[in-house]
Each structure stands twice: as C-alpha cells, then as structure tokens.
Write a protein that binds this ligand. Structure first.
Ligand SMILES: Nc1ncnc2c1ncn2[C@@H]1O[C@H](COP(=O)(O)OP(=O)(O)OP(=O)(O)O)[C@@H](O)[C@H]1O
Length: 248
C-alpha cells in the first residue's frame, strides 16, 4: 500500500516480498524491512549483491504493488525523481526533449536553461543520446530526475561503471543538486566510500531476505570528509557488518 504522509518523512515498511522461482517455488526477497528517511536527508542503502535493494526501490516507487507492508511518501502529491543505473534515454529524442518529456503538460514550456547549465549540459541540449559519453548520459538522466522538482530523489547505483574522474564529478553534482534543493534522497550503492562521502545516513541491509541490520548517522559535514576519515569509518563498518561490507 502506498500512502501520502504529512510529516515529510519517507517511511518504508516491507513485511514481506516474495517472488515465484523458476521451479515454481517461492523466493522471499524482503522480510521485515523497516526504515525511514527524514525530510531533506541524504540516505544510502547498502547491502550485498542480490539482497533485495532494487526490489525495495521498485516497491517504494510504486512499480511493484505485490507485497505486504506500506510505503509513506514524504508528502501528499509528492513528486519523485528517479535515476536508474541505465540512463534509459529515448534514442530518437534530443537531450532537451528527453528531459522535457518528464514534465507534466502544464510545465512543458519551462525554461530548462538553468538546469542544463547547473549540470554542465548547455552544449548537449540538441544532441542525441548516441552522441553522448556515459558520463554525459548519466548527467542527462540526473537532469530528467531533477526536472520534475522532486520531493524525493531515488538513485539506483548512479555512479557504477564510470571512471574515477567522471564518477567524482557526478558525485559532486548530485551532492550539490541535492543540497541546494533540500530534497530527500535515497541512493542505492555498493560503494561504501561513495556513500561515506555523500550521505547523511547509511542504512545497512542483510543478505536476502533483506531487512535493516543497522543505521549509521554521519555527523561530519559533507565536503569535510577526508580520505583518511572515510577509510577509518569504512574499516569500522566492515568489522561491525561483516556480511554486508567487505574488508577491502
Ligand atoms: N522478477 C523476479 N522473479 C524472481 N526472483 C526475483 C525477481 N526479481 C528479483 N528476484 C530475486 O530477488 C532477490 C533480490 O533481487 P534484487 O534485484 O532486488 O537484489 P539487489 O540487491 O538489487 O541486487 P544487486 O545488488 O545485484 O543489484 C534476488 O535473489 C533475485 O534473484
């Protein structure tokens, strides 16, 4: 069940989510998962491969309603911007059209200039997706997610497969865009260092069937988190959550 909250907090409670396996049996992907993200917080969901992260995102996005539990979105009529791992741009549309198509008809004429400038896409507006590098495609996907002026931004592994420099640039753009808008963010990542650089809170997940095994609030200011701090927190988390965070 998807509810609209008044508190501004995203609340996710998935009592159980099962899939039918190829052999006809049942696979329980999620069991007793419960977390909330206060308004304006940047939260990262971290869990081992195959534990149920994408399943959880699909449920909270309303793409899968076959589960027991409930999801309360941050507000009545909350707008959600989504960025998947695959940019999923329409190849026959320009960059600008790909972004504009996300807008409700009444807002289709909005000036998108400031958004393209913010994400360093001004030059790319008239290009087609096949002319873009993967880093640019991801920036267009981010523009599309931000164009709806979301109350909630959901990011599924947005930095995976990018080279270090491109990932670092996109990381900064995402963090800055989230901060300036004060939007609530839920990001799935495998990369604990990335999460430690960007997030206000980490939500640690168990292997399948997944549930929350710990939450960590990161009080150190974003932008003032040197590598040595990130490495020490990461090592501490690996000790405390061995099935979820590896040592290296
Ligand atoms: N449509 C489906 N039918 C059957 N089983 C499924 C289906 N979708 C997911 N599963 C199973 O549910 C479990 C959780 O999958 P999910 O994709 O949510 O994991 P994940 O944590 O996002 O994985 P990864 O980190 O590899 O992206 C897996 O064991 C997967 O095989």
């Amino acid at each position: 069940m998807l509810l609209a909250g008044a508190s501004g907090t995203l609340e996710v409670r998935i009592d159980e989510k099962r899939f039918r396996s190829a052999e006809g049996g049942a696979v329980t992907a999620v069991a007793g998962l419960d977390f909330s993200v206060p308004a304006g917080d940047f939260a990262c969901l971290i869990g081992p491969s195959g534990c149920g992260k994408s399943t959880t995102l699909r449920i909270l996005l309303g793409l899968d309603r076959d589960f027991s539990g409930h999801v309360t979105l941050p507000a009545a009529g909350a707008r959600t911007g989504v960025m998947f791992q695959e940019p999923r741009l329409l190849p026959w549309r320009t960059v600008e059209d790909n972004v504009r198509l996300m807008l409700p008809p009444a807002r289709r004429g909005t000036d998108l200039g400031p958004l393209f400038a913010e994400l360093d896409l001004a030059e790319a507006r008239t290009r087609f997706p096949q002319e873009l590098s993967l880093g640019m495609e991801r920036r267009v996907a981010l523009a599309r997610a931000l164009a709806v002026e979301p109350d909630l931004l959901v990011l599924d592994e947005p930095l995976v497969s990018l080279d270090d420099m491109t990932a670092a640039r996109l990381r900064r753009l995402i963090a800055a865009a989230a901060a300036v808008r004060g939007v609530t963010v839920l990001m799935v990542t495998h990369n604990v260092r990335e999460a430690l650089e960007m997030a206000d809170r980490l939500i640690l997940l168990a292997p399948r069937p997944t549930r929350v095994i710990g939450e960590e609030r990161l009080d150190r200011r974003r932008g003032d988190r040197p590598p040595v701090w990130i490495d020490s927190i990461r090592a501490d988390l690996a000790r405390r959550y061995p099935g979820t965070i590896s040592e290296d």
